[in-house]
Design a protein around this ligand. Structure first.
Ligand code: SF4
Ligand code: SF4
Length: 232
């Protein structure tokens, strides 16, 4: 059996109530990725040190056909020059170019698509292979904290979370607290209701340094990886 590093810290923590993202904070959490680029001295989201690890984790999961692409309808999508250049190569770009805003925030220049995304067609992305880096990371999200990512509690995240519970219990020998599990279940089950009512969507924080060992676990064959599964 392969050994996995025990980081001796709770890897998943439910945000303190003061950190619960309300509608405004949720958008704010998407407004901060430029801070990450600055912090890591990178020019592109794809160059962030955890980007490839997140991609590998997500490769074990798929979005259920029943999800109405919530992620493409709720928040601004920030883009860097690479994202825009990739989109420009798509046949869909010409008709949608006017939807892409050029903006300056945090003294950085970037681009932005406001929701609902114009590249969304019949609840499916029409530019899937050319979608922006932040879309490729979902349901993981960059926030304004340097050492964590947010996990938006959608159906795909439910599959990730279930595997993480198993990983934490079997490998790290650190079961995720019941309060965290209950909080995630509550957030996941009420996501549509809360979105419709404009209520907060509590998200989990996952430590960035825990992503790599979790990815190794998924690739080890020890996990029950696969399509989204609703937590317990
Ligand atoms: S990432 Fe989540 S919200 Fe987006 S389509 Fe997949 S399951 Fe739905
Ligand atoms: S580019 Fe595609 S994945 Fe990204 S928000 Fe638009 S429709 Fe969704």
């Amino acid at each position: 059996m392969r050994k996995f590093k025990n980081h001796n810290v709770p890897a998943l923590v439910h945000p303190h109530p003061s950190e619960l993202p309300d509608e405004r904070k949720w958008k704010h959490s998407y407004r901060r990725p430029l801070t990450f680029l600055f912090m890591y001295r990178k020019r592109s989201f794809c160059d962030l040190p955890f980007f490839e690890t997140v991609q590998e984790i997500l490769s074990y999961y798929t979005c259920p056909s029943t999800c109405p692409a919530i992620c493409c309808k709720i928040a601004d999508i920030k883009m860097d020059e690479n994202d825009l250049e990739t989109l420009r190569q798509t046949p869909e770009y010409k008709d949608k170019a006017d939807w892409i805003e050029s903006c300056n925030e945090d003294e950085e220049h970037h681009y932005k698509i406001c929701p609902p995304c114009p590249f969304l067609g019949s609840d499916r992305c029409s530019v899937y292979d050319s979608r922006p880096a932040l879309c490729r990371m979902f349901p993981f999200n960059i926030c304004n904290k340097p050492d964590v990512l947010l996990l938006f509690p959608c159906d795909m995240a439910a599959g990730i979370f279930k595997d993480y519970l198993e990983y934490s219990e079997r490998i790290l020998k650190q079961p995720v607290p019941a309060t965290t599990i209950d909080a995630f279940k509550e957030s996941h089950s009420s996501i549509s209701t809360n979105l419709n009512a404009g209520l907060p969507i509590p998200m989990l924080l996952i430590k960035i340094h825990c992503l790599l060992p979790f990815k190794e676990y998924l690739g080890s064959g020890l996990s029950f990886q696969g399509n989204p599964k609703i937590p317990v």
